[in-house]
Design a protein around this ligand. Sequence first.
Ligand code: DGL
Length: 281
Amino acid sequence: MASEEFARSAPIGVFDSGLGGLSVLQHIRHALPHEALLYVADSGFAPYGDKTSAEILERSIVVTDFLLNKKIKVLVVACNTATAAAIKHLRLRYPDLIIVGMEPGLKPASLLSKTKKVGVLATLSTLQSEKYQHLSMQLSADTGVEFIPQACVGLVDQIEKAEANAEQTRLLLKKYLNPLLAAKVDTLVLGCTHYPFVAKLIQELTSTHISKGDPITLIDTGKAIASQIQRLLAERDLKTSNSDIPCINAYTNGNPDKLKHACTQWINIPENKLSVSTFRT
Ligand code: DGL
């Protein structure tokens, strides 16, 4: 195979602390159905949100090396927490690798909010990061929008346990959403890739607070990230010429049955298009 052809047929590597990055993977698969996709759920070390930046960077390097061994052409850090803590260092460490990261969708939220009050749901680590602080201050100054941060401690654990609809998840979300609703936010940024999996519950819990006017708008940047990857591949002539729809190879250092369940039930990957394996690092 010619080297250009080899580079084009290489897989896209996607990782997260756990199952959350699947919310991004589903958009990538939709936008680029012929690309080979590798997914790593670092569930053995989830959640990242209560870890130090040094610990998150260490895990990000371990997972990136694992994916580089599988000859990926693009790395997608499908985790806001890892992006905030590690992407700058990853770009320095792997200068030849195309790296795409997540960022809470403050910009689209600022354009959509009529009350000029936007709630930002994310992990504590993301909200405390320099990257987030800088972005929110800058955008607030430019647009006059007030961004109200809300760390959702414990929510990633609930989603990892596949208990998105459990009573405990509902109570946790109510506790986090009530102050934002009282502050009259009309837009909520899902600043963690796990949270789209509780989007329906968030819609339900917020709808009871709205007596008139539009429902709360939820911002998830997964689709925009998929478009960005599509653009980057096209610009670099790296789109695959495969015409089949390849199997997704997913790896976890947690429970493979949970990953399989999430892939097939949460994002509807057919079982015959999925291979789940464990990795130990
Ligand atoms: N999905 C990760 C994110 O976007 C979750 C972080 C965590 O593991 O706490 O932030």
